[in-house]
Ligand binder design. Structure first.
Ligand SMILES: NC(=O)C1=CN([C@@H]2O[C@H](COP(=O)(O)OP(=O)(O)OC[C@H]3O[C@@H](n4cnc5c(N)ncnc54)[C@H](OP(=O)(O)O)[C@@H]3O)[C@@H](O)[C@H]2O)C=CC1
Ligand SMILES: CC(C)(CO)C(=O)C(=O)O
Length: 305
């Protein structure tokens, strides 16, 4: 199984970032950005820029009949996932591999209900400090994609994506414990995305001592408690990994995706983060006051849009 064609559903921060890297390495024909006519018309009219460079991308109308892609990557927000699943309908065939770079622990199962879990590899995108304002994407750190099977095997699908990302210049890893990795990344997002948004700040406030950083750590510890109850071995060392190895090198002026949403007056992924923590906390009998605080604050910010 060799991956030659990729379809990206979602032309925002992650779609642009990874689509540009693949295009630069393998040529424009290797990546098709799939969307409805109106979106494509807007992208072509306004142009799309990555670190100041105008991008020359290949667009494909989601209604157009076509050969399925070898790899489909979902890079939309949680509230857009159901429509993106429909947008992908002509891209997915019997042998297509699917990656969902959405944060959280549920998007793979949602996509799998329509297209089959056999096509899906679990994945997370991490370490990028990308910010998109209008049609301008800027970043210093491109980050990486970690992916794999739930059982940690080096399956044909994993091998094909490994070989493709190597050719396409995408930094990647294949952890043996992908389910723990997904929870761990979700734990980071529950902390940093929500605290930066609730405190209306940037990464700076979470990189130094103070109330925001305390809340960031406390929100992550609520996820850790739920994970441990469910038998997922998240530890304090996992929290320290995110704080020291991933968050510390980020540009202090950059901000996570959720804060970019509120600045643009878009509804956020709060239900994917605090909403899910609160629900799981109730199911497991674990108190989640910090996530309740963050949930209320973020809903209050959203209510003003
Ligand atoms: N930003 C980051 O640094 C990171 C983000 N993530 C996660 O990745 C996911 C994507 O985030 P991000 O890239 O920031 O999201 P963005 O909001 O920047 O981009 C989403 C894009 O999807 C497009 N879109 C929505 N619905 C459809 C559809 N049906 N068909 C085609 N395109 C569609 C939107 O178009 P339009 O603008 O026209 O609505 C938008 O361009 C989220 O779950 C996020 O939490 C994970 C790691 C890092
Ligand atoms: C924190 C970050 C950038 C991951 O590195 C992220 O996942 C997000 O902004 O949603």
């Amino acid at each position: 199984m060799e991956i030659k064609t990729v379809s990206i559903i979602g032309h925002g921060v992650l779609g642009n970032l990874f689509g540009k890297i693949i295009t630069d390495h393998l040529g424009k024909e290797a990546v098709r950005f799939v969307a409805d006519k109106d979106r494509i018309e807007r992208y072509q009219r306004e142009g799309v820029f990555s670190n100041g460079e105008k991008c020359d991308f290949l667009y494909m109308d989601s209604d157009a009949p076509c050969e399925p892609a070898d790899l489909v990557i979902f890079t939309v927000k949680y509230l857009q996932l159901n429509s993106a699943i429909k947008t992908a309908r002509n891209q997915i065939g019997d042998n297509t591999i699917i990656l969902s770079l959405l944060n959280g622990i549920v998007s793979e199962e949602i996509i799998g209900k329509t297209y089959g879990m056999d096509k899906i590899l679990y994945s997370v995108a991490q370490g990028m400090d990308a910010v998109k304002t209008g049609n301008q994407l800027t970043y210093h750190l491109p980050g990486r994609i970690e992916f794999g099977e739930a059982d940690g095997s080096y399956s044909d699908k994993v091998k094909a994506v490994d070989e493709f990302f190597t050719k396409a210049g995408i930094a990647h890893g294949m952890p043996k414990d992908m389910i723990k990795k997904m929870w761990s990344k979700w734990m980071l997002n529950v902390g940093v995305n929500q605290v930066v948004t609730a405190y209306e700040t940037t990464y700076r406030e979470t990189q130094k001592e103070g109330e925001a950083r305390d809340k960031f750590l406390a929100a992550m510890r609520e996820v850790k408690a739920i994970a441990n109850y469910k038998g997922i071995d998240l530890t304090e060392a996992d929290i320290q990994y995110w704080v020291n190895d991933v968050l510390a090198p980020m540009s202090p002026d950059a901000m996570p995706s959720m804060r970019q949403d509120t600045l643009a007056h878009r509804k956020t992924e709060v239900d994917l983060f605090a909403g899910t923590v609160i629900r799981l906390g109730k199911e497991c009998g674990i108190p989640t006051p910090v996530n309740q605080f963050l949930y209320d604050r973020i809903k209050e910010i959203e209510s003003k849009f």
